[in-house]
Ligand binder design. Structure first.
Ligand code: HEM
Length: 443
């Protein structure tokens, strides 16, 4: 079922290289071989498609020919048949239920939660910290309060710890030979994932029970509890659990990474940081609100540029369910197709000087193709939390910069570790110093 595609020759050497550094490999292979890169690993045909038309074909025009790839499907060990991992009519029904609560028009009321959490963070944190770890805690707290109206901080922390364990086990699975072995083998990382997943399930059941016992609200969990499907049926316990786990996991680490990399890049580009401080100061002696979004254009450009250089979701995976023509090639059924978001964002044909941090490129009005910049994916399965995430990142960054200064304790750019997300190896050590606005407590 092979198809002859440009790409690295041999099997073992490219496989080892890809396992060790998938981000670097895709960057290099696309630079060397062009928009289409093929790789065969045992019986697996891997195809990475960087060209705009090919990406559009996979994510939109010919999406019926694809399902999520085996790696993403593997997440159903944790997420069940939630929005991220389900397919077909089941997925469509859930998307209809959840998308309205995260629309641009609806997320304004989350703005206060974003700013309140960032403000408390500024008041609490000073000295040398791992900013990646801090941002994970901050965004987890925001999801817990904004989407789940959760009151038990200890439970939320525990979910965070379990998510860490799941990610660590995934990294271990992916970075070893276990990646190419069938999922039914009782390998220890997968066993650990199942155990952590059971812990997440128990905690989420508790959050749901606790939420039921309190008055109605506008949070997403309440809406899920109230939602009725086509036949007037409520979501059953399993459905509630799957969607809650999905939103917990999908909804915090990615945004935490966007914030972490933004602070890292600002630390290495004092001019950009100066302009951000000036923008925030121009708001006056008060905290930012949803209405300030248009005035925070530079802050938004910094976040967008950070997600271009370090896309938290660095690759999107699909699997073809039937033979499908993409450009001049026909891919067989069962091919694993990658949309290499990171390599697309560093393609010089899309972004001049692609390795350079230049937030201005988001403000200069230069024409940009729909399939050139995809931090949130595209097509029917585009990130359902994209507006939520962008507003969250902008308001949190503005509030942090208003109240504190950040000094990088490691002068070199971060080494990257790619698992489901793209993370800085060893986190991001920074020294946080409160400024007068932060020390006074933001009003
Ligand atoms: C900077 C932050 C974020 C990034 C970079 C990001 C990225 C992505 C990407 C690339 C996809 C598409 C995956 C695919 O096509 O296979 C996706 C899907 C998804 N995201 Fe996000 N995301 C972010 C924040 C959020 C937030 C805040 C939430 C929840 C509030 C969320 C919930 C989801 C869900 C549920 C899906 C699956 C949607 C579906 O298949 O219908 N994400 N995200």
């Amino acid at each position: 079922m092979g198809v002859d595609l440009p790409g690295p020759r041999g099997t073992l050497r490219p496989l080892l290289a890809f396992n060790a550094d998938p981000v670097g490999c895709l960057r290099r292979w696309h630079a060397e071989f062009g928009d289409v890169v093929g790789l065969r690993i045992a019986s697996i045909q891997l195809v990475s498609l960087r060209g705009a038309d090919d990406v559009a074909a996979v994510l939109l025009d010919r999406q019926q020919a694809f399902v999520k790839d085996a790696f993403t499907r593997g997440l159903s060990r944790v997420l069940g048949q939630g929005l991220l991992t389900s397919e077909g009519a089941h997925w469509r029904g859930r998307r209809k239920l959840i998308a309205p609560t995260l629309r641009r028009s609806h997320i304004r009321h989350y703005a206060e939660v974003f700013v309140a959490h960032a403000r408390r963070w500024v008041e609490r944190v000073e000295g040398e910290v791992d900013l990646h770890h801090e941002m994970m805690g901050l965004t987890l707290g925001i999801v817990a309060e904004g989407l789940f109206a959760a009151e038990q901080a200890a439970d939320v922390d525990r979910v965070g710890a379990l998510v860490e364990q799941i990610m660590a086990a995934h990294i271990q699975t992916e970075r070893s030979w276990q990646m190419v072995l069938p999922a039914w083998l009782p390998l220890s990382p997968k066993w650990r994932i199942d155990r952590a997943a059971a812990g997440v399930t128990a905690l989420i059941d508790r959050l749901i029970a606790e939420r039921r016992s309190r008055p109605p609200g506008d949070d997403l969990l309440w809406r899920l509890l109230e939602a009725r499907g086509e036949g007037g049926h409520a979501l059953d316990a399993e459905g509630l659990r799957d969607e809650s786990a999905t939103l917990f996991l999908a909804g915090h680490e990615t945004t935490a990474l966007a914030l972490t990399f933004a602070v890292e890049l600002l630390g290495r580009h004092p001019d950009a940081m100066g302009r951000l401080r000036a923008e925030v100061a121009a708001l006056g002696d008060r905290l930012p609100t949803a209405d300030d979004m248009p005035a925070l254009a530079w802050t938004a450009a910094v976040i967008k540029e950070a997600m271009r250089l370090y896309p938290p979701a660095w690759v999107i995976g699909r699997e073809s369910v039937k033979p499908v023509a993409i450009g001049e090639h026909t891919l067989p059924a069962g091919a694993t197709v990658l949309v290499p978001i990171d390599a697309m964002h560093r393609d010089p044909a899309r972004f001049p000087d692609p390795g350079v941090f230049r937030p201005e490129r988001w403000l200069d009005g230069a024409p940009r193709g729909r399939w050139d910049y995809l931090p949130f994916g595209g097509g029917a399965r585009v990130c359902v939390g994209n507006h939520f995430a962008l507003m969250e990142a902008v308001l949190v960054l503005a509030t942090m910069v208003r109240g504190a200064r950040f000094e990088l304790l490691r002068p070199t750019p971060p080494r990257l570790m790619a698992s489901i997300t793209l993370r800085p190896v060893d986190g991001l050590p920074v020294r946080v110093t409160r400024t007068p606005a932060g020390a006074a407590g933001c009003e």
